[in-house]
Write a protein that binds this ligand. Structure first.
Ligand code: XIL
Length: 764
């Protein structure tokens, strides 16, 4: 037996199976029970108790139907549209079903404009030729008119959600590229559609997505190879803007796309937009969909994109923003609550950028009211994504507080892997510090950082090098360092140090630096952990920023302290400037390069090792690895178990414990077969191998984005990249990896953690 629900609204009926087919055996009562949530209003309800098959008789008893009222929306929290009013208008995407009940309340409380999630697309508005259906779009537009909201128009010309007839002739055959009659027919359809839809909503729509997702940076012409392009030619975009401008009644006309912050996509979009401008096509702005996630992209990439298009005289609108809790397109595991806090900080950072750049941003739209109705519940796979401001019961999430009041966000204690050092002299400048990634101090409420620190450890001490950018030193400036249960304070008047701590402070070009030797209160070893924080106080700025306790509470609660974890030494080596031929032969220039050895066995205790030399030029890191391996094998199906060399690159030397977009793992086996991890890919590496008497040679050129353009830059500012080399050995030739030797990593985590890489200094 199963239970189905028939729900009707204004004569439209839908059926839902609410309890699935359940075995019911002769003579036994079976309880069929469920709780069902309506996403929409209904004016008629019927319940059916049905058999799966056959017409057996059955009894029904103890029937109960209970109404559970929806949780009301929070009415005592600030309205997003008021909070953001000084900067730009805030919108969301909706469906007509969300014009009633709690959804309506949420929409009217927080948003000053909205976009039709689907109702204005071609498949909704002109399902068959010339037969326009405006039922759903009108519901939205009439609501906007009645409530004084504005709309974004989405979307005219797109490759998706277009009915098949648009690209077919009257007998249902595909329109042909190169056929001028077909081209004219498609242009006429386009004109009629654009004219009809835009004219109908010209009073209520402020900006139109005239073309959507037309850029494809992998195509030679930078344009998506859609039927529009194939049948009309690249000028279809010009026509679309032309037709739109004829009826738009002054509404702004947009080209809308995703990934506009990716450099290659951005460049292709720029080229297209510049062409439109040169040809005097009436385009007013660029729409940035901003389907982003909790780790990607960098805020600075978004900033560059906004500034680029503003510099071309165009408006920017953020049109479809959501922040996925997933960082890939396959994972389906439930996000943990901490992820939603991370998401809150991401929304904070994006909206801080938008506020700063409000002069060049017209509006920001998020793609949905609440997590329950997000398109990301089923795209790119079905999973429990939670990308929006409000949760499934329409309650405010950390994402909302990240925009409205980030001081409400719980602190996520920081973690840092701290490198061991063999020797140390207080106060002497150690070039070694430059090889370590600086850790920024921040505040929950604001973007940016004006202080940073680095730390190393030895014996029972932690060594800290903190740099503060502080133009005007004033009484009240301070640096507080919390180590374990101890508190050390540096003030302008001097250092208050206890328990054998020592420190010196030096003026720097932009402020001051403090070198401190701090007793840990325990003997440290690899694996030891230590509660830790640093807070900087600026009297001139009247600000406090911290590494971990970013709420800067006066009494640091131990829960807000960060954690230092002690790891082994970081080796530092260097690379000369030079460009070898990648052919696995030792060019003369290699003779000048110093060599490192892979001597640290993270699997096994003996086996293949390599002597490795490095060079660099403005685009590449070059590696020449001479592997000693008497028995060569690629018997295993797993690339990592074959005799091979792995090269690890951390382009920004961020030393992060997870891979970021600059982190790459390249693997080359003795037969020159490549495999990749992280940001590595075949187009970024050229390699050659050669079998020798004692093993094999791998030579590789790896493209790295972050390398300096000229050698001169290095005279002023030393440059390090994170780097390691690993040799895999199938010692017995049986398809099982028996040893792994690295240059720096002692734990074998290089494939997912860059904090154990060594550092490679580029020499001028
Ligand atoms: C999505 C809608 O939200 C879904 O309901 C629909 O099934 C597919 O389209 N880029 C766009 C939007 O420009 O139109 C898409 O909207 C999301 C991606």
């Amino acid at each position: 037996m199963r239970i189905s629900l028939q729900a009707g609204l204004a004569g439209v009926t839908n059926f839902y199976t609410v309890v699935g087919n359940t075995p019911v055996t002769d003579g036994n009562w079976v309880n069929l029970e469920t709780e069902y949530t309506f996403g929409i209003d209904v004016d008629q309800l019927s319940l059916y108790i049905e058999s799966d098959a056959g017409t057996s008789s059955f009894y029904v008893d103890d029937f109960q139907l209970t109404y559970i009222p929806p949780i009301p929306i929070q009415t005592n929290i600030p309205n997003l549209k008021d909070v953001l009013a000084p900067y730009f208008s805030i919108g969301t995407a909706i469906e007509p079903e969300q014009l009633s009940g709690e959804y309506q309340d949420l929409l009217l409380k927080h948003f000053s404009q909205f976009t039709a999630g689907n109702a204005m697309k071609w498949d909704a508005t002109e399902p068959t030729e010339g037969n326009f259906n405006f039922t759903r779009a009108d519901q939205l537009a009439n609501f906007a008119r009645a409530h004084g909201l504005r709309m974004r128009g989405h979307t005219m010309i797109w490759y998706s959600q277009v009915p098949a007839w648009v690209f077919q002739d009257s007998s249902g055959n595909p329109l042909q590229p190169g056929n001028s009659a077909h081209r004219a027919l498609l242009l006429a359809r386009m004109q009629n559609h654009i004219h009809t839809v835009i004219a109908r909503y010209a009073d209520i729509v402020d900006s139109w997505d005239v073309v959507n997702e037309v850029i494809d940076e992998s195509q030679p012409n930078g344009l998506r190879n859609s039927p529009w392009l194939q049948i009309i030619g690249p000028e279809y975009i010009d026509y679309a803007f032309q037709y739109a401008s004829e009826v738009a009644n002054g509404a702004a006309l947009f080209i809308n796309d995703y990934n506009t912050y990716q450099p290659a996509k951005r460049a292709a979009l720029q080229t297209e937009v510049q062409g439109l401008i040169n040809r005097h096509i009436p385009i007013n702005g660029v729409g940035h969909q901003m389907h982003v996630n909790i780790a990607y992209p960098a805020i600075s990439d978004v900033q560059q994109t906004l500034q680029l298009f503003a510099g071309m005289g165009l408006m920017n609108e953020v049109t479809e923003m959501d922040v996925s809790v997933y960082t890939d397109s396959t994972t389906t595991t439930e996000p943990d609550p901490q992820t939603l806090i991370t998401q809150g900080y991401r929304y904070r950072d994006f909206f801080n950028l938008f506020r700063q750049q409000h002069d060049i941003i017209n509006s920001v739209t998020v793609w949905g009211l609440s997590d329950d109705v997000s398109w990301l519940k089923t795209f790119p796979v079905t999973r429990d994504d939670k990308p929006l401001f409000f949760d499934e019961t329409l309650q405010a999430k950390p994402a909302y507080w990240g925009v409205v009041d980030p001081s409400q966000l719980p602190i996520i204690p920081q973690k840092l892997n701290v490198t061991h050092v063999k020797s140390w002299l207080v106060g002497t400048f150690e070039p070694f510090w430059d090889a370590l990634a600086p850790q920024p101090l921040t505040s929950a409420n604001q973007n940016g950082s004006w202080a940073q620190f680095r730390a190393v450890w030895k014996g029972d001490k932690v060594y800290v090098y903190a740099e503060v950018t502080e133009k005007t030193l004033k009484v009240g400036d301070a640096l507080d360092i919390y180590v374990g249960t101890q508190h050390f304070k540096y003030t302008k008047l001097g250092l208050s140090l206890a328990n054998g701590a020592q420190a010196i402070s030096l003026p720097t070009k932009s402020g001051y630096a403090v070198f401190a030797v701090l007793p840990a209160g325990q003997t440290l070893a690899i694996g030891s952990t230590l509660p830790f924080d640093i807070r900087a106080t600026s009297a001139a700025l009247n600000q406090q920023i911290s590494w971990s306790d970013t709420h800067n509470q006066q009494d640091v609660r131990s829960a807000n302290l960060g954690v230092l974890s002690m790891i082994s030494d970081k080796q530092v080596t260097n690379a000369l400037h030079g460009t070898p031929v990648v052919d696995a032969n030792e060019d003369k220039i290699w003779k000048l390069a110093g060599a490192i050895q892979t001597k640290t066995f993270v699997l096994g205790s003996s086996g293949a090792t390599a002597r490795v030399r490095m060079l660099w030029d403005s685009g590449h890191i070059y590696v020449y690895a001479e592997v000693t391996d008497p028995l060569l094998s690629k018997a295993s199906a797993n690339a990592y178990e074959q005799d091979s060399v792995e090269i690890f690159i951390d382009g920004n030397n961020g030393q992060t414990t997870t891979y970021q977009s600059d982190d790459a793992q390249y693997r080359i086996n003795f037969a020159n077969e490549q495999s990749f991890g992280g940001a590595a890919s075949a187009d970024k590496i050229q390699s050659a191998t050669r079998i020798t008497k004692t093993g094999y040679v791998v030579e590789a050129a790896i493209a790295v984005d972050s390398l300096p353009a000229t050698r001169k830059n290095l005279l002023l500012q030393p440059k390090f990249i994170g780097f390691d080399v690993q040799v895999n050995d199938d010692g017995a030739g049986t398809g099982t990896r028996t040893s792994v030797a690295t240059w720096n990593d002692t734990v074998g985590n290089n494939y997912m953690d860059t904090s154990h890489f060594g550092a490679l200094q580029l020499l001028p």
